[in-house]
Design a protein around this ligand. Structure first.
Ligand code: ATP
Ligand code: MG
Ligand code: MG
Length: 553
């Protein structure tokens, strides 16, 4: 990614640096999540951008918890946000800030604005305020309270703070311009009354500052140079610039907007994700089907693959929808390089090798990862009783079928050639066992006479193996744009997004699998150990993704 062209924000930064426009020639960015939910894949783009710029230009990136909406915020969310950023490999050092830490300063600034006649206490209801605000084509009207005397504004604002009035009774508004072509400049609200216990300030406050007031001033207090946000804030920029130019604010940060990340098949709105969690459509924020960072981590995506993905998407000023398959492509590329290969049989059919000695066990050595010569090896047990995948046997083969069928010889990967001799069926006519013979001279995968076999199957020793639960995850939604057709995204939930295999047979080595390691079950897909439900002796593996894109058009 180092030789890619500069994105538009990097160009701005390099120009600012070249012209010494930044205090101490230092780039300072911030990642400002609102702790009202878990971070999602869209946030990865913002995290990589903000922390990535700080790294690239040897500046710093602050973690700012934008906690100005006490009703929706929670410590659980704050902790998850920190864990997720660390997982991506970024660190804010000592620069952990909370918008709520600035409540005193914001309050003082508000008082100063009132004293200077630049803010007033308004008694219009939310509804009336909306009506007075006007529209894109019509200027707004002044509130009857707009010319309230300064002394009265001060008294009312203090009383608001003291809890004398119910929610909605009054609002503090900036006195800017009700005829501004930009609606966000028509006397924006600065403070509202809210009786809610804040996770950090408790019940100290019953008035809370609004986002458009808090965010720019927090940026100014922290000496942020480049305040990067998504495009929907573009027409808030005049309000941002108004706030940072209030008398007495010494540092002037600048806001820049980029296109948010949208991915088809995924919902990335904390509000909708919270709904899925609260109504048990998923098992939690970290359900492996959730597009949250904790969800994809539990699903087995690597942080490197997610960073590669957002780097490929790039930073632009035009919104678009990125293909889910690009994300999975990045996951597969990365896991192919690092995943340890194991053999697992998910849909077992028993094999008995009639001419193999009873009770004998021998071991074959397998490379952990054929893509990585330094990955080491492990041993795989082999005996008379094995499992292969049911789909690797056909009693009556279709044309072109090269795997096991009566009379046909195949290779068992790493081990021997076997030939199917006879079949055992249950009372319903289902094949329950295939009797085979093996060629002792084919040990390791070929024979002295160099005869060819067309099919190779993976297998697992019936008696020396790991029996585990395997969770076959797929997309949570079955349509590219959930809800587009009926207006309700719940209509597009994929009923097959999770298929549980209670007993899968995996080679013994799987017992050593750790949470956070990556595996490929040969021919079946990429897998990881479930971080919540897997226990020694009762392991649970999650399918990260299939080996190929089965949804490709
Ligand atoms: P949501 O609508 O999902 O609640 P949000 O924008 O309200 O998202 P914040 O917690 O305020 O969530 O976001 C923190 C930062 O991440 C903001 O700077 C925001 O612009 C950015 N961000 C949020 N969603 C995306 C996205 N899909 N792509 C890129 N950046 C995003
Ligand atoms: Mg937000
Ligand atoms: Mg939000």
């Amino acid at each position: 990614t180092e030789d890619r062209p500069l994105n538009f924000i990097e160009k701005i930064i390099e120009d600012d640096l070249a012209n010494h426009r930044l205090p101490n020639d230092t780039v300072v960015t911030r990642f400002p999540p609102e702790p009202n939910g878990y971070l999602h894949i869209g946030h990865i783009k913002s995290i990589c951008l903000n922390f990535g710029l700080a790294e690239k230009y040897h500046g710093r990136c602050h973690l700012r918890l934008d906690d100005t909406n006490p009703a929706k915020e929670d410590m659980e969310y704050i902790n998850s946000i920190k864990e997720d950023i660390h997982w991506l490999g970024f660190d804010w050092g000592k620069h952990e800030y909370y918008a709520s830490d600035y409540y005193d300063q914001l309050f003082e600034i508000a008082v100063r604005l009132i004293k200077e006649g630049k803010a007033y206490v308004d008694s219009l209801s939310a509804e009336e305020m909306k009506e007075y605000r006007g529209t894109l084509t019509e200027p707004g009207k002044n509130s009857p309270d707009r010319d309230r005397p300064i002394e009265e504004n001060l008294r009312l604002f203090m009383e608001m703070k003291e809890g004398k009035y119910p929610e909605g009774a009054y609002t503090l508004r900036a006195k800017i311009d009700m005829a501004s072509p930009n609606i966000n400049m028509r006397d924006p609200a600065l403070y509202r009354i809210k009786y809610a216990t804040h996770p950090r300030t408790g019940d100290k406050w019953c008035i809370y500052p609004m986002y458009d007031f808090t965010h720019p001033i927090s940026d100014a207090i922290e000496n942020i140079t480049h305040s990067i946000c998504t495009l929907e804030f573009e027409d808030h920029r005049p309000a941002y610039d108004w706030a940072t130019s209030i008398d007495g604010i010494e540092h002037t940060p600048h806001q820049y907007e980029f296109a948010r990340l949208n991915i088809n098949y995924l919902l990335m709105s904390k509000r909708k994700l919270l709904y899925l969690v609260n109504n048990n459509f998923v098992t939690g924020w970290d359900d492996p089907r959730m597009p949250t960072i904790s969800g994809v981590r539990r699903r087995g995506y690597s942080p490197e693959s997610m960073k590669d993905f957002v780097a490929r998407v790039g930073v632009a000023k035009v919104e678009g929808v990125v293909d889910y398959s690009l994300m999975e492509f990045c996951v597969r590329e990365d896991l192919n390089k690092r995943a340890e290969r194991l053999m697992a049989v998910l849909d077992p059919l028993e094999i008995e090798i009639d001419n193999y000695p009873d009770g004998k066990v021998e071991y074959f050595t397998a490379e952990n990862n054929v893509e990585d010569p330094n990955s080491g090896t492990h041993e795989i047990a082999f005996s008379k009783h094995l499992y292969i995948e049911r789909e690797d046997f056909m009693e009556v083969p279709v044309k072109g079928y090269h795997r096991l069928y009566p009379g046909n010889e195949i290779r068992l990967k790493y081990a021997y050639y076997i030939t199917a001799q006879s079949i055992e069926k249950d009372e319903n006519g289902n094949v329950i066992k295939v009797h085979c013979t093996y060629d002792p001279e084919s040990r390791g995968g070929d024979t002295p006479d160099k005869r060819k076999v067309k099919g190779t199957s993976h297998w697992v020793c019936r008696d020396i193996c790991t029996v585990a639960e395997v969770r076959q995850y797929d997309k949570l939604f079955k349509s590219e744009c959930p809800g587009a057709e009926t207006g309700n995204y719940l209509d597009d939930l994929n009923p097959d997004s999770l298929v549980v295999i209670p007993k899968a047979y995996i080679e013994k080595e799987a017992e050593n699998a750790k949470v956070g390691s990556y595996f490929q079950f040969i021919r079946n897909g990429y897998y990881c150990v479930d971080s919540k439900d897997s226990k020694p002796g009762k392991m649970v593996f999650n399918r990260t993704c299939t080996l190929k894109d089965s949804w490709a058009k």
